[in-house]
Write a protein that binds this ligand. Structure first.
Ligand code: ADP
Ligand code: MN
Ligand code: MN
Ligand code: MN
Length: 369
């Protein structure tokens, strides 16, 4: 755990220096392991749209994204947000990765997803993703767990209040504010069943914004945790045994589902999902089989199931939605380590229809080419 030292006061003297009108733009991208990486560029003035932002590049051979003999990977700005760490006019830029030959990098799933989102703009699809994650300390022990031992079994920790029942609230609060500052549509937070496991929700977000804002919220989380000397794990089963896994429940609605009589469209979507269970699971995160066991509030991987208020089903219709007859549904299968572009992309493809120039089911195989 970190301590405030005199060094902090010395550092602040420099951070307060006038930037003389320059803007610091932190370019963030997704690497081959599903982590965010970033580097910073000085801009002479504040951009007014994403088109004002220059394309940039990085050494893809250092991130597993390109071979050494052709190592340049290009960063094409996709969106930008106020920077809660540097503040002022400084920004964070979310960038897509492109290869030298003009093709999207094999870990760039945003490009394919965006085509589907654009084609189905008229359906006004909203997403809400519940990102669960686990905190570790700098020595890779679960954050604030007893040294060399285990805390008492699960029970008191979910939404826990009080000493011994909740850990890392400071990091979580800091992240929440950082998201709000950056304009991320973070809709809430809660402590999870396993101690030092938390959840934040982003949404509802329309179309491609879901993936963009979830990736940005993950970046902010890793960076806030870095300041506190903690590590963030998005692994779906970070600890073997009787400890809950971590997921990314994905809530979905089209405009038709949100209106009176919407239940008909929700049921239609669920029957389409049932037919593509295997294709969806391929894009729903790695090591998900360790989590989707049919225990710890999950459905088994083998067969698709759905139900009202059923937390043991693949897809759940919230009780309130069933009562009103319209609203949204929740896909409980996605793991905490998903790429949200893959999940929202195939969701749109399945429920709104495929398009000739995109195929989400091929996106996963592209990674290993
Ligand atoms: P749970 O009860 O499963 O824990 P949460 O409250 O954690 O659900 O998360 C629900 C998520 O669903 C939130 O991100 C919320 O913004 C999102 N959401 C709410 N309404 C809709 C909707 N009509 N369409 C899509 N997402 C929605
Ligand atoms: Mn939730
Ligand atoms: Mn949860
Ligand atoms: Mn949920």
């Amino acid at each position: 755990m970190v301590q405030i030292t005199q060094q902090t006061a010395i550092l602040n003297k420099y951070l307060d220096l006038d930037q003389r009108g320059n803007v610091l733009a932190e370019y963030v991208w997704i690497d081959s392991e599903g982590n965010t990486r970033s580097k910073c560029k000085t801009l002479a003035k504040k951009p007014s749209s994403v088109d004002d932002l220059p394309e940039w590049n990085f050494d893809g051979s250092s991130t597993g994204q390109a071979p050494g003999h052709d190592s340049d990977v290009y960063l094409r700005p996709a969106a930008f947000y106020p920077d809660p760490f540097r503040r002022g006019d400084n920004i964070i830029v979310l960038a897509e990765c492109w290869n030298n030959d003009g093709t999207p990098n094999k870990f760039n799933h945003r490009h394919e997803c965006a085509k589907l989102m654009k084609a189905h703009e008229g359906e006004k699809t909203w997403f809400g993703i519940e990102q669960e994650y686990t905190l570790f300390d700098e020595y890779d022990q679960v954050y604030a767990w007893p040294k060399g031992g285990f805390p008492a079994p699960q029970g008191p920790y979910y939404c826990g209040v009080g000493t011994g029942k909740v850990f890392a609230r400071d990091i979580v609060e800091a992240h929440y504010r950082a998201c709000l500052y950056s304009g991320i549509n973070i809709s809430g937070i809660n402590a999870e069943v396993m101690p030092s496991q938390w959840e934040f929700q982003v949404g509802p977000c329309e179309g491609i914004k879901m993936g963009d804002e979830l990736w940005m919220a993950r970046y902010l989380l890793s960076k806030v945790a870095e300041e506190f000397g903690a590590k963030i794990s998005f692994h779906p089963k970070p600890l073997a045994g009787d400890w809950n896994g971590a997921g990314c429940h994905t809530n979905v609605s089209t405009e038709l589902m949100r209106k009176e009589g919407g239940m008909k469209y929700i049921e239609e979507a669920i029957s389409k999902l049932a037919k593509r269970h295997k294709e969806h699971l391929l894009l729903y995160g790695s090591d998900n089989e360790l989590r989707l066991t049919g225990r710890h509030e999950t459905a088994s991987m083998e067969a698709f199931s759905s139900g009202v208020a059923n937390r043991g089903a693949s897809v759940r219709i919230p009780r309130s939605v069933a009562k009103e007859g319209f609203g949204y549904f929740e896909d409980r299968r996605p793991a905490s380590n998903i790429d949200p572009y893959l999940v929202t992309g195939i969701m749109i493809e399945t429920i709104c229809g495929s398009i000739p120039d995109a195929d989400m089911s091929k996106e996963f195989a592209r990674e290993s080419n």
